[in-house]
Write a protein that binds this ligand. Structure first.
Ligand code: NAD
Ligand code: LMR
Length: 328
């Protein structure tokens, strides 16, 4: 018997990430090749944006995806999020050269208060929310705090792009394949302060840290490469990452919905106090997922260097949170 369609809301649907994301959701790459979807697409009311959205929908139609059970264009989050089971909050201003992601807070924060409130009123009570728009952790925190009637664990921020970037760097350094690397994570904020951590990682059962055995490379090459990869892409492309960001969003939602079979992935989630991170801070943690729920990997040893890096990224997140307190 075929499954009942689920509702997937995507904001910023006519933007660059939207264009790399929607076709993959509609083809079943996010929620499975047996799961029909109804796309609820949100763009700003501006005539040009709405027209571009219609164009994207024409292309979706022309793909004749068997799993695309319906599609709607919206300009108001109150209708776009109606009964939605999944919400991918992508729509926000991207940064340009020379900017940090937190410089976007003043431009983008209000989007997430309005959208959090709308989700609170009209979305499914089980909605799974992924915030991609930058600064992703603090925007996810704003949306969660603006939606008091929804469970706080339904709100997450995207650290998966950083996780995937770290995987590729480790694979290149060790001459191994991404598919064989396990137990890697990225702690903290989606910003240059993030702490990509391969201390527990294995490749085909061998410890990655023994294969690398070079703390200078970790500190002076690996961490800056992963942490500043977004800026390097803006510098090279003139635009921020889009296909890799969409790919990470697919990975994040796929794994949250369908499970990781014990494998670690990184998700930005509201802290429960694990590893000394204050409750509700939207922080990148190693998690495993099962039956639509994520669980933090517990009991990992945090050495002095790691604690220093975790404190740095936590301090930055706390400053960002204080900067938006007036909106909440
Ligand atoms: P883009 O400018 O190409 O597209 C953004 C779209 O969002 C535009 O079409 C715009 O009209 C729309 N939009 C703006 N405000 C909106 C609102 N209130 N409601 C609905 N739609 C709205 O940008 P992009 O390259 O697609 O990037 C989108 C965001 O994702 C940026 O903030 C970018 O920095 C961020 N990003 C995050 C990650 C991550 O890893 N977390 C990775 C890449 C990009
Ligand atoms: C990225 O990491 O590529 C995105 O967050 C875009 C950016 O501004 O760096």
């Amino acid at each position: 018997m075929s499954k009942k369609p689920v509702r997937v809301a995507v904001t910023g649907a006519a933007g660059q990430i939207g264009y790399a994301l929607l076709f993959r959701i509609a083809s079943g790459e996010m929620l499975g090749k047996d799961q029909p979807v109804i796309l609820q697409l949100l763009e700003i009311p501006d005539e040009k944006a709405q027209k571009a959205l219609k164009g994207v929908m024409m292309e979706l139609e022309d793909c004749a995806f068997p799993l695309l059970a319906g599609m709607e264009a919206h300009s108001d989050p109150m209708t776009a999020f109606k009964d939605t089971d999944y919400a991918l909050l992508v729509g926000a201003r991207p940064r340009g050269p020379g900017m940090e992601r937190k410089d976007l807070l003043s431009a983008n924060a209000q989007i997430f208060t309005a959208q959090g409130k709308a989700l609170d009123k009209v979305a499914s009570r089980n909605v799974k929310v992924l915030v991609v728009g930058n600064p992703a952790n603090t925007n996810a925190y704003i949306a969660m705090k603006s939606a008091p009637s929804l469970p706080r664990e339904n709100f997450t921020a995207m650290l998966r792009l950083d996780h995937n970037r770290a995987l590729s760097q480790v694979a290149a350094k060790t001459g191994t394949q991404v598919k064989d690397i396990e137990k890697l994570t990225v702690w903290g904020n989606h910003s240059p302060t993030m702490y990509a951590d391969y201390r527990f990682a294995t490749v085909n059962g061998k410890a990655v840290k023994d294969l690398i055995n070079d703390q200078e490379w970790n500190k002076n090459v690996f961490l800056p490469t992963v942490g500043k990869r977004g800026a390097a892409i803006i510098e090279a492309r003139g635009l921020s990452s889009a296909a890799s960001a969409a790919n990470a969003a697919i990975d994040h939602m796929h794994d949250w919905a369908l499970g990781t079979n014990g494998k670690w992935v990184t998700m930005g989630i509201p802290s429960n106090g694990d590893y000394g991170i204050p409750k509700d801070t939207m922080f990148g943690f190693p998690v495993t997922t099962k039956d639509g729920k994520y669980e933090v990997v517990k009991g990992l040893e945090i050495d002095a260097f790691s604690q220093e890096r975790i404190n740095l990224t936590l301090n930055e997140l706390q400053e960002e949170q204080q900067g938006v307190a007036h909106l909440l």
